[in-house]
Write a protein that binds this ligand. Structure first.
Ligand code: SF4
Length: 354
């Protein structure tokens, strides 16, 4: 099997079968590509489809993003998770404006020097927007390559990743259209050569695939050892006040901003006490809020799982808690303008607020 035969098959398949995603339909603009690539890191396409256009409507240019307050950027990012990416994209826009006269640089090296832009994103923008022969490797690409070469290895292993970049570089050199080849590899991994329910019957490179020939597709890549997630316990207190006419729209809820580092940095939440063990007591909550125990009503609980944490939330409802430092009542209408994590939206949902 030659690399050219493989890349030709993939490029032809992609051109005939690519999903009509909005960032593929429009003329490739470097700023919009930067936004879509940052959103697509670690987030499902379906979720990105909901957020991509509203984000661009709010920040249509790199300049508008660079000059926006961070709060507004985080609010527009709400629902995509991994908020560090939003902060880095914001910082990246500022560096493009300050150091590159507002023009996204074209070379992989210059792109990679921007905040939050790794080798993958730099390669994606350089190849898809600036038509350079730059490789890209993500989980999808690595999985496809491991299967094509029948290599039973864990895909997050450093040695595997180095090998994948080496192979991707060779293949993009062989490609007639590097952008189409790169997108084809990602599309194949996302839609056909998936982690489970692999659709080899529909695969354009099945005749090149050594794992298929050896009957090992299901066992490649090897499963990664599970990272141990630490437990965390949160008591969240939902305190509301109603305006004089008592309409739902005039209701306000007490929120506070989280610290600028650590989990959900700088995002907003209802007052929440966090512990690494189950030590938060009703007394702590009443002291924290300055209310009596009889003013507090349990409102539910749920478990929220992140990459590194298993977070147990217990929710309490209380009327008119005292405002503490860094806390404020915000109307329900204005909650869309602040960055609330999905976990905090669920807190408000269980408390009957959203
Ligand atoms: S034949 Fe199957 S395992 Fe091989 S690359 Fe195609 S989809 Fe993946």
């Amino acid at each position: 099997m030659s690399d050219t035969a493989l890349t030709n098959s993939l490029e032809a398949w992609f051109k005939a079968n690519a999903r009509a995603l909005p960032w593929r339909l429009e003329i490739r603009d470097p700023y919009r590509a930067l936004v879509s690539e940052c959103m697509l890191q670690q987030t499902q396409v379906a979720r990105v489809l909901e957020k991509y256009q509203p984000f661009l409507d709010r920040f249509p240019t790199v300049q508008s993003l660079a000059t926006a307050p961070e709060d507004e950027v985080l609010a527009a990012w709400a629902g995509l998770g991994y908020y560090r990416r939003a902060r880095m994209l914001h910082r990246c826009a500022q560096v493009i404006v300050d150091d590159h006269a507002g023009i996204v640089p074209e070379s992989v090296d210059a792109l990679q020097a921007l905040p939050g832009i790794g080798r993958y994103t730099a390669g994606a923008i350089a190849s898809m927007v600036f038509h350079q022969r730059a490789p890209i490797v993500d989980g999808n690409v690595t999985r496809v390559l491991l299967r094509v070469h029948n290599k039973p290895e864990p895909q997050a292993d450093n040695q595997t990743i180095r090998w994948a970049w080496h192979r991707a570089t060779q293949l993009v050199e062989a490609a007639a259209d590097p952008a189409a080849f790169n997108e084809a590899m990602m599309e194949l991994g996302a839609t056909i050569c998936t982690p489970k329910n692999i659709r080899c019957d529909s695969c354009p490179i099945r005749s090149h695939c050594q794992a298929l020939a050896n009957g090992t597709t299901e066992s490649i890549p090897l499963p990664k050892p599970k990272a141990k997630q630490k437990p965390m316990y949160c008591a969240s207190i939902v305190s509301t006040i109603d305006s004089a006419n008592d309409s739902a729209k005039a209701r306000s809820v007490l929120v506070e901003q989280r610290p600028s580092s650590g989990m959900w940095a700088n995002m907003y939440q209802v007052p929440t006490i966090e512990r690494d063990d189950r030590q938060s007591t009703l007394q702590e909550i009443t002291t924290h809020l300055g209310v009596g125990a009889d003013a507090i009503e349990p409102a539910g609980s749920f478990t929220h799982i992140t990459t590194h944490r298993i977070v147990e939330f217990v929710i309490y409802r209380v009327d008119r808690a005292q405002m503490g430092p860094n806390q404020a009542y915000r109307t329900l209408d204005s909650l869309d303008q602040i960055a609330l994590s999905n976990a905090q939206r669920k807190v408000l949902d269980l408390a009957g607020i959203l």
